[in-house]
Design a protein around this ligand. Structure first.
Ligand code: CS2
Ligand code: MN
Length: 365
């Protein structure tokens, strides 16, 4: 398992890379050019700037999160070909810089959705919260205003240019069914997967967050059956997954550990975090510890260990603790704690495996 940490770039992230370096075992930063609008080609010199800065701090830039997919591609509009051509050129340039995995998602209009970015937990920390009843009668425009107004930093997935024409987008999606979205996804994959393969890059789709329809928009990367279907659309190793335990875990019927054992070598990037779900459909992000949420992180780590996972992982979101002023979900402290929890489990699993092997050898003698 290769541990990484998401970092939003110089001037766009309050956490200095020097501090990220102090978290044990972090080898790379997960990055993106957050100011480039979805659908545009990423300039090579900008990519190289990030690489140089990361390398100076002893980090690799193997994983990009995300190269966002233009809405016209998801909508299947004739204009999509121009954006797909740009996407392919971006893949080629990222490969030139040594990138190995590209994370992306295929969620209409909104990336992740929450109703509260700073919901207080019992211990006084705050975290991202989803209130099912609230979302039902919420106007998406109001939610955007609230979310954008609560953060002075760019919020990935909530980029202003993508959300400016919100009502037009909703109008366009009125006629897009889940089946249409599958067809549009297949069209996109058939175009880009061969380019990724030629460039030794693995594409890793992120599941929908939350894994069910919100505001009546279609959502398809939501459970085991659909992920099977996704992998078959283009049945090649380069067409793989970012397996996000927190996103999938927001639906308690999703068994993430079972998915890890099943999808094994098609998982190129692991997002590991916990959420606590409630019977009324609400959920809140918690610490990584298994007993704090409803996602069994311990079992998930066992599953990764069992499949011999050598891919990239990151702690995904964290709570806001110890008075830290940070981007919602992306503080230094709780993600650092999360990493240490993951290492604790992983190291024990490794040690046990070694000791078992030794014991077996000595028994033979
Ligand atoms: C999510 C998403 O995993 C996460 O952190 O908050 O924003 C995720 O980055 C995208 O869906 C990946 O494309
Ligand atoms: Mn995630």
């Amino acid at each position: 398992m290769k541990m990484t940490f998401r970092w939003f770039g110089e001037g766009n992230d309050l956490i200095p890379l020097e501090h990220v370096k102090q978290i044990p075992g972090v080898e790379g930063i997960v990055w993106a050019l957050h100011d480039i609008p979805a659908g545009e080609e990423w300039p090579l010199d900008r990519i190289m700037e990030v690489k140089e800065l990361a390398n100076q701090h002893g980090f690799h830039i193997d994983v990009v999160e995300s190269v966002n997919v233009h809405e016209d591609i998801k909508l299947g509009l004739p204009t999509r070909d121009r954006y797909i051509a740009n996407y392919k050129r971006t893949i080629e340039k990222l490969a030139q810089a040594g990138v190995k995995v590209i994370c992306y998602n295929f969620m209409p209009v909104f990336d992740w959705t929450r109703t509260d970015l700073f919901k207080e937990l019992e211990d006084g920390s705050t975290a991202l919260f989803f209130e099912n009843a609230k979302i039902k009668d919420l106007d998406p425009v109001e939610l955007v205003k609230e979310i954008a107004g609560n953060s002075t930093l760019t919020m990935p997935g909530w980029e202003p240019e993508r959300l400016q024409s919100l009502s037009k987008l909703f109008e366009q999606y009125k006629y897009v069914t889940e089946e249409d979205l599958w067809v549009n996804l297949q069209y996109f994959l058939e175009e880009i997967i061969p380019v990724a393969e030629e460039n030794d890059i693995k594409m890793a789709i992120h599941p929908d967050d939350p894994p069910f329809s919100v505001f009546g928009l279609p959502r398809i990367i939501i459970n085991k059956e659909n992920i099977h279907r996704f992998l078959k659309l283009v049945d090649r190793p380069a067409n793989g997954l970012t397996l996000c335990s927190g996103s999938l875990g927001a639906n308690p019927t999703n068994d993430v550990a079972e998915m890890i054992r099943e999808f094994a070598c098609r998982i190129h990037f692991a997002h590991i975090r916990n959420v606590k779900t409630y019977d009324n459909g609400d959920f809140i992000e918690t610490s990584h510890r298994s007993s704090d949420g409803t996602v069994d992180i311990l079992e998930i780590m066992k599953a990764y260990h069992e499949i011999g996972f050598t891919g990239y992982a990151r702690p995904d979101h964290g709570r806001h603790i110890w008075g830290e002023k940070c981007r919602p979900g992306y503080g230094l402290y709780d993600r650092g704690l999360g990493i240490m929890y993951l290492w604790g489990i992983w190291d024990l699993l490794e040690r046990t495996k070694k000791e078992e092997a030794l014991c077996y050898q000595s028994m033979k003698i």
